[in-house]
Every structure is written in structure tokens, then in C-alpha cells.
Design a protein around this ligand. Structure first.
Ligand code: HEM
Length: 426
């Protein structure tokens, strides 16, 4: 990608919604300017239209890889549990649904994370493996005769959601509802996903409570009739760390669908676009799929940076990257920028499926909140690309991606594609 530096450091304002409407080349150019000239700028927060949360004071913006690593590692100084990990502090009722694990600090965080980690052990993931493969084949079977489809909604989206629902034991018939509610919660900044004028917080709360109600039904069912899914495992009170209570359960489920669904979907969509934009890289991967898969997947996650930022809050006065900060100050970790840092990545704007080393921070920096689903996501991305590249070998993206308007999720809403039709099961 050729980046464009159209703004000076003084003109760049990441808190301006208009910034996030700029084309990717210009945004990348702006982050490159900040990394070089003003690596930890402070931006004043603005009121968000339709959102009755008063604008906060503003936030420090970490744009360099090393500073993001430092803040991720030192969770005692840069905490997740004050206000939220979103830039705006969330009102308590919202935090209950959307907070969960990701907005907690130790000791509560460590305790809950140990419990839910049971769903992500190598053994638990191995059990999901057959489902990942079966679902990936079904996805291709559903589109292969058509010769064209919407890459995002027909190919990239169904797999991660289906797998999370499988993990929790949610029936197929409820999965469309889960998909729509997740879109409402995560697409908050984008007018398309909440009808005009509707109060954004009410929309998100409504979606969250419907997902929570579904989870409560699941818990009731599994109490009566245990199964081998994660819901049953988390309910098992005999284990050393105890079990989750009903509220924790609902918010863990909301976190799981929110954290595991859009992220993986967008990694796959951006990955496909990149493989079409860099046909040499695609040929290389197809020629030696197994050998190159592990580096290719890391590069796809670096390239996509599906989560653009997370926020922390200073627990005391401190200095980071030479910048003094006060207790209570907000600090935003711009993963997208860290993933293009020239100090760490050679030619960061080149998509290179054999990039090594690749110390990307797409799954967050090293620290207690590092993505719990990283290995599951890697698995899903690998299996899906295996099926796409081998079963739809000439698939091309035929129109520009329709991007989500968001400073949080690097989303693609729709992206048309075409391929030579084939037969299901082939
Ligand atoms: C390509 C796909 C994915 C990306 C890019 C991604 C990215 C992230 C990031 C950036 C964080 C925050 C790290 C921090 O605050 O330091 C995170 C946390 C988390 N992710 Fe993922 N994620 C992905 C897939 C998944 C999947 C598939 C699941 C589960 C099904 C999942 C579950 C979680 C959970 C539970 C947390 C919170 C961990 C904690 O606070 O202790 N993620 N992820």
C-alpha cells in the first residue's frame, strides 16, 4: 500500500469522527506522521451524537509499538477496570453487559480468566476442530454453484459465529439472532446498524439483554441436562476456581460473541482482499499452503488489525515514552499503528505472508488481557483459507469493500466476489 501524508501533525485529530472516514492510505499516512513526529499526542474527547454520555477529558494516544507493549505489560499502572476499555467511560448498566473480563483488573480478572480458560485449552480446541472443518465446507458448498456472492456475509461471517455458538451449545435456530444482535452492539458508531434517531445506548442495551436472556435459558437447560459444551463446563461448581454466577455468565457470553465474531470475520475479509491485491503472495501460499500457513496467518492478523484500539487508565502518576501522565488519565493503545511501526517491521506497508519475525499486536500486547481466543482464531482463519484457496481457486474481489465507520473495529460490511462455479462437495 502507498500511504498518503495529507495532514500535518497539528492537523491530525483522531477524536474527530471525520478522520475515520478518510481512505485507509490517508489514515495510515497520518499514523506514520504521528509515530515519527508526535508519538504520544493528547486528543480532546467530543460528544458522540445520540449518546447521552458527557464527553470525557481526552486521552493520550500510544502510536508506537514499544509504548503499547509497555502499557499492555504493566497492568498495575495501566488498568482496564476503571471506566472501561472503550474511550468513553461506560455507564454502570452498560459495563455490566459489555464489560466482563476485558474490563476487569486483578484479582477478579485473574480469577474469571482462569475459569473461562477451560474453554480454550488445547484439548477443548481439538474438540472443536471437526466442527471448524465441517462448517468451512458447508460455507463453500452453499455458494459454490452461484459463481458470485458477498464475501463478508456469505463466506467470512458464518464460521466464527457458528463456532462460538457450538462452543456454548447454542442451537442453530438461534444463531441468526445472535449474529444480528452482535452487529448492533459492535456497529454502534455506524448509522446503518441502528435505525436513524434510535438511542444508541438503548439499542445496545436491548441487544445485550436479548443475548443475556438467551444465555440464561442455556444455563437453565444445562443445569437440568449437562452436556459436553463450554456452558456445562463453566457451570461445574466442583472445580478449584469455582463457577460463574448468572450475571457473569451473560456478560461472558456477550464478550465472547462480540470479541470472537467480528474480529475473525474481518481478519478473513481483509486477508482475502490482501491476497487479491498481492497475487504473488497468493500464488506463493497456494504453492506451499501447509509450510506457509503459520506465518501467513500472523501476517493477515497484523495486516487487518481487526481491533483498532483498547483503552487503559493510569492508576498513578507515571511516565511513558518520555510523556508524563497523571493518575486517572486515559491512555489509548492504537494497535493498528503499532502494527505498522517502522521501528519493528521492515517495509510495514507491504503484505508479506512469510514475514518473520512478526511481533504484531493484533491480538493485543503481552499481558494479562492478551486475546484468549487467539489460537481458536488462528485455527479458523487457517481452515477457511484452506477451503477458499483450494475449492474456489480463482475467487476475485470484484468491487470496493464497504467499510464500517468505526475507530474501534476495522470492519468490512460487504465485499462482492466472483469465482468459477463448481459442485458442492467437490
Ligand atoms: C482475529 C481474531 C481476533 C482478534 C484480532 C482479537 C483481538 C483481541 C484483542 C486486541 C484483545 C484485547 C487485548 C487487550 O486488551 O490487551 C482481545 C481480547 C479477548 N479476546 Fe480476542 N481477538 C480475536 C478473536 C477472538 C476469538 C475467536 C475469541 C473467542 C471466541 C476471542 C476472545 C477474547 C476474549 C475473551 C478477550 C478478553 C481477554 C481478557 O481480557 O483477559 N477473541 N482480543
Amino acid at each position: 500500500m502507498d500511504i498518503k501524508k495529507v495532514q500535518t501533525a497539528d492537523e491530525i485529530d483522531l477524536a474527530d469522527p471525520a478522520f475515520w472516514l478518510r481512505p485507509p492510505e490517508e489514515r495510515e499516512g497520518a499514523f506514520a506522521t504521528l509515530r515519527a513526529e508526535r508519538p504520544i499526542p493528547f486528543f480532546k474527547e467530543r460528544d458522540i451524537p445520540d449518546v447521552p454520555i458527557p464527553a470525557g477529558p481526552g486521552y493520550w494516544s500510544l502510536t508506537r509499538h514499544a509504548d503499547i507493549l509497555e502499557a499492555s505489560r504493566r497492568a498495575d499502572v495501566y488498568c482496564s477496570g476503571r471506566g472501561a476499555t472503550s474511550i468513553a467511560d461506560l455507564p454502570a448498566e452498560l459495563n455490566e453487559f459489555f464489560g466482563g473480563l476485558i474490563n476487569m483488573d486483578d484479582p477478579r480478572h485473574g480469577h474469571q480468566r482462569r475459569i473461562v480458560s477451560r474453554g480454550f485449552t488445547p484439548r477443548a480446541l481439538a474438540k472443536l476442530e471437526a466442527g471448524v472443518e465441517r462448517r468451512a465446507d458447508e460455507i463453500i458448498d452453499r455458494v459454490i454453484e452461484r459463481g458470485e456472492c458477498d464475501f463478508v456475509n456469505d463466506i467470512a461471517a458464518p464460521l466464527p459465529l457458528g463456532i462460538i455458538c457450538d462452543m456454548m451449545g447454542i442451537p442453530e435456530s438461534q444463531q441468526q439472532m445472535v449474529f444480528e444482535k452482535t452487529n448492533t452492539i459492535l456497529g454502534l458508531g455506524d448509522p446503518e446498524f441502528v435505525s436513524g434517531g434510535e438511542n444508541l445506548i438503548m439499542a445496545a442495551l436491548g441487544a445485550g439483554s436479548e443475548l443475556g436472556a438467551l444465555m440464561n435459558e442455556m444455563v437453565d437447560m444445562r443445569r437440568k441436562k449437562p452436556s459436553d459444551d463450554l456452558t456445562s463446563a463453566l457451570l461445574n461448581a466442583d472445580l478449584e476456581d469455582g463457577a460463574l454466577n448468572a450475571e457473569d455468565f451473560a456478560s461472558f457470553f456477550v464478550l465472547l460473541v462480540v470479541a470472537g465474531n467480528e474480529t475473525t470475520r474481518n481478519a478473513v475479509s481483509h486477508g482475502m482482499k490482501a491476497l487479491c491485491d498481492y497475487p504473488d503472495q497468493r500464488r506463493k501460499w497456494v504453492a506451499d499452503f501447509d509450510a506457509l500457513s503459520s506465518t501467513a496467518i500472523e501476517e493477515i492478523v497484523r495486516w487487518a488489525s481487526p481491533v483498532i484500539h483498547m483503552r487503559r487508565t493510569c492508576t498513578r502518576d507515571t511516565t511513558l515514552g518520555g510523556q508524563d501522565m497523571k493518575e486517572g488519565d486515559k491512555v489509548v493503545l492504537w494497535y493498528n499503528s503499532g502494527n505498522r511501526d517502522e521501528r519493528v517491521f521492515e517495509e510495514p506497508h507491504r503484505f508479506d505472508i512469510s514475514r518473520k519475525p512478526n511481533e504484531h499486536i493484533g491480538f493485543g500486547g503481552p499481558g494479562p488481557h492478551f486475546c484468549l481466543g487467539a489460537n481458536l482464531a488462528r485455527r479458523e482463519i487457517r481452515v477457511l483459507f484452506d477451503r477458499i484457496l483450494h475449492r474456489l481457486p480463482d475467487l476475485e474481489i470484484t468491487g470496493p469493500p464497504d467499510r464500517l465507520q468505526s475507530n474501534f473495529i476495522n470492519g468490512i460490511k460487504r465485499m462482492p466476489c466472483e469465482f468459477t462455479p463448481g459442485k458442492p462437495g467437490s
